[in-house]
Structure formats: structure tokens, C-alpha cells
Design a protein around this ligand. Sequence first.
Ligand code: ADP
Length: 305
Amino acid sequence: MGGRFLSIGECMVELSQADDGHLRKGFAGDTFNTAWYARACLPEDWAIDYFTALGDDAMSDEMIAFMSSAGIGTQSIRRLRGKTPGLYMINLKDGERSFSYWRDSSAARQLATDGDALRAAIEASDVLYFSGITLAILSREDAFTLLAELRRAKAAGKLVAFDPNLRPRLWSSLDAMHTMIAEGARAATLVMPSYDDEAAHFSDDSIAATIRRYRQYGAAMVVVKNGPDGATIGDGAQETLVPAVKVVKVIDTTSAGDSFNGAFLAHYLQHKDAVTAAGFAAKIAAKVIQEYGALIPHEKLKTVR
Ligand code: ADP
């Protein structure tokens, strides 16, 4: 028996350099990437929808067409007059990647200004997914509107998954980030942090400390990703380390965490077993980091079991 999975956040236009020096246009963003991988890994009886706000320009139309062609539902996406999507560019210099962003006035920043639209989309869904970036791009007031709806979903017994995805540069202060990430975890049933980020920005001295902290905020389950060292599941008093898959040649780690989350959720929703779900997610993430780009075509993931 399937259901409806709703991912909430910002998808941006992505510009990257092609081999011939031209710029290549794509679409990506953490919560959209996770929706992409959930779509790749869930059977057809699951609907995967994306919730955001876009503009009324041609680029917004194109992004919606791209999402639809990937099998991701766009019916709840709000369209705002005169607005445009956010944009980022991947710069490559001496083999090192860096990112430039133009997202300060993107339409997605208004995704929670219409509380009724947000409530309708969340009420129509069985599983919700959002991230610290989703919260970071919203005004404080709108972030609390979104959090209130997510807490309602949690109270109704729905699975609410949250990746803190800590990005200090998107926040006005570290204090603001800490407060809102705690609120995000409080609204979630499952938190999926990356240990590197948590150690750097919350000063956690162990994976156990990260798990403890998110459980104290109110999440029932915590899955801590730790790159090549695997992922640790904290469920009740139990902590289980699930190893990563050995990858000899890493090509591009973009989307490792996002794809892990999408694959984990897809597997967990079907089989309700976090340990086997983390094993499956590690295989998908390993596949993703052996290719360029955030979004690997769905066909390439079909053989992963
Ligand atoms: P994020 O991209 O959010 O920082 P991680 O780097 O922890 O997340 O990676 C997420 C998952 O991707 C890991 O749990 C692991 O399964 C896989 N992964 C990441 N880097 C590697 C690697 N070098 N080798 C094998 N698997 C990896």
C-alpha cells in the first residue's frame, strides 16, 4: 500500500561548466534532490510531490516541466507574479568546486506565506520531508507557520523527516540557526543529520552526542550520516552502525546525503526496518558519488537492491 510523500523546500536553477566551456543548465536543491531519489526508489503506488513557490516566468515553467518529467507531482507549487527561481553556479578551479548563489529574492522564500495552501498540501500527504535550508530561507514568521503545520502532521501520527543541513551562511546568526534547527527537530519524527556539520556547528564530540541532542529536541529516531564511515541509527536506546559501501574512486559527492535520505525513506516506508533501509541507502549514495552532478538518472539506480 502506497501513499503520498511531500518534500518542502527550494529547487534552484543550476549552472555548471560543460567540457567545451559552455554553461549547462540544470535544476537542483537539497529537498528536491531527496524527492528525486525517493521517486527513483519507490514503486508507482507512491506519489512523490514537491512543495515550493516559483515565479510566473519561463524558467519557472521549465523547472515545473522538469519535475513532472521525473514523475514528481507539482500540483501544490505556488506561482507568484513577478518572481523568479533562485540560481546557483558551480565554479571549477584547479579541480576544486565552489558555489555562487543568487537566491536572496527567490520565489521559494515565500513558500509559506499562504498558510492555507501549506496546510492543504501537508494534510493531503502521509509523509513529510524538509530541511534546515527550507527553514533558513523563510522569514521567522513563515518558518513558524511551516513548523506549526509540521507539528500537526506529527501529532496526527505522520512520518516527518528533517535533515538539519546546517548552512551558517544562510542564517542571520549561529544563535538563530541553533534555535530554529531545534524547532525543526521538535516538529520531526526522524532527523537525518551529517556528523561533520553537527560536530562543526553544534560542537558535538561524538555521534552518540548528536543522537542524544536530537532525541532531546523530540525526534523519535535519528540517523547520523558520516561519509565513508557509514551511518548510525539511534532508535530508542539502541544505536546501530551501518557501514558505507567502499568506493575506490569518488567522482563527485554532491547529493550524497540527499540521495541517502531519499533512498533511506523509500526503503523504510516499504519495509519499516531502519537498518536494512540504511544499507540500501548506502548503496544508492555510493552509486551517486561515482557520477557527476546532483541528480543521477533513475534508470542507473534500478539495479541497486
Ligand atoms: P552529506 O553529503 O550530507 O555531508 P555524508 O557525506 O555523510 O552526507 O554522506 C552521506 C552518505 O553517502 C554516507 O552515509 C555514505 O553512505 C555515503 N558516502 C559519502 N561519502 C562516501 C564515500 N567516500 N564512500 C562511500 N560512501 C560515501
